[in-house]
Write a protein that binds this ligand. Structure first.
Ligand code: GTP
Ligand code: MG
Length: 337
């Protein structure tokens, strides 16, 4: 048994995964990532899901590393010859870069331009302003019962796996998982397989009865997709969360959604008693500047960000650093100055 090697293999069931892990690493196996292999065509409905697992006997890398992105342009930019007033020049750059009007208004209100004439300097001030607002946020503590809610397919289940991985690998905790999707699905799905490997109990509402009411037991809830345009669906989700006394209700949102849809989801904060938010698919977003508005002024506490399909990584609780790293000014516009 080689304690140092890492291994990537494919398997179709929990038993197969556990057997391979034991054969290669004995009791010391550490799962680094699990992907569900996507199938094409109709056969995907007929065959069991297949997983690709990477495991090692070594240390598990820490969660939450901040990916390095190129910093924003740093050369001084002055355009004294432009006919546009400075404020308008800045607004034009920020609007084209995806920042919202209310955020820009708050900036100009807070930081009068006075006799600054260097655009780069003002943009730097804008980033400091974003940072200042973030630091002033009243971020709510997480409770013991955490539910992920959001529209279908945003990445709730995958993000839940990342949170479970963090609980198990980083905090050494074993939460209980409750699937709030009625009696919809049974059998093997990625959440059940993953929890099985980690020795986490998964209860499926309507099928299993969860009997323990220990207030200290951390419980993570995976809710089915909610149609935010359907008041009945929103009410029934809220009733279910009330029934389970869920205190931390996290809105999970795909960062690629347009602002109309984001607004629709954020408009249900009161109806669903939402407390936190998570943005997913940051890896696919070429620019994430529009998210600042929701993070800083959306009314929910930022929880974490997801930027990839790994079950155990591609995830950070360092929302401010990640967003600052990813924030870009449309470079073509800057070339004009
Ligand atoms: N690239 C990328 N893919 C992601 C991310 N988060 C989730 N996905 C993918 O998005 C798809 C849907 O993810 P799920 O976790 O099943 O979404 P869900 O919200 O639980 O879906 P429902 O339960 O059907 O409502 C899967 O293929 C995930 O691998 C992310 O941050 N980046
Ligand atoms: Mg799901």
């Amino acid at each position: 048994m080689d304690k140092r090697k890492s291994l990537t293999f494919k398997a179709r069931s929990t038993e197969e995964i556990i057997r391979t892990l034991k054969e290669n690493f004995g009791e010391n196996a550490r799962v680094l990532s699990i992907y569900q292999i996507k199938r094409r065509g109709l056969t995907r409905f007929l065959k069991k899901p297949q997983f690709e697992i990477t495991a090692t006997a070594g240390e598990v890398p820490l969660q939450g590393a901040i990916p390095q992105e190129p910093p924003i342009a740093t050369k001084p930019l002055i355009n004294p010859s432009s006919s546009l007033p400075l404020k308008q020049q800045i607004q034009r750059i920020l609007t084209h870069s995806g920042f919202s009007q209310p955020l820009m208004d708050a900036f100009f209100e807070n930081e009068p331009l006075q006799d600054q004439y260097n655009i780069q300097e003002i943009l730097n001030n804008f980033f400091h302003f974003l940072q200042k607002l973030y630091e002033q946020l009243n971020v709510k503590e997480l409770g013991k019962r955490i539910a992920l809610v959001g529209p279908s397919g945003v990445g709730k289940t995958l993000t839940l796996c990342k949170l479970i991985a963090q609980e198990v690998f980083t905090l050494g905790q074993k939460p209980v998982v409750i699937k709030l999707d009625g009696e919809q699905s049974g059998g093997q799905n990625i959440l059940s397989v993953f929890c099985n490997i980690l020795g986490i109990f998964v209860f499926q509402e309507g099928v299993d009865q969860y009997m323990s009411y220990d207030a200290q037991q951390k419980m993570l809830f995976d809710h089915e997709g909610v149609n935010f345009f359907d008041p009945d669906a929103v009410n029934s989700c809220n009733a279910k969360l009330d029934q389970w006394s869920v205190d931390t209700r996290v809105l999970v949102i795909n960062a690629l959604y347009d602002t109309d849809f984001l607004n629709q989801c954020f408009s249900k904060i009161t109806d669903l008693k939402l407390t936190h938010c998570i943005f997913t698919h940051l890896d696919e977003a070429t620019q994430s500047n529009k998210l600042w508005q929701y993070v800083l002024k959306g009314g929910l506490s930022p929880y974490c960000l997801s930027f990839g399909q790994s079950l155990t990584a591609d995830f950070t609780p360092h929302v401010l650093s990640y967003l600052l790293n990813k924030t870009k000014i449309t470079e073509d516009l800057l070339k004009l100055y």
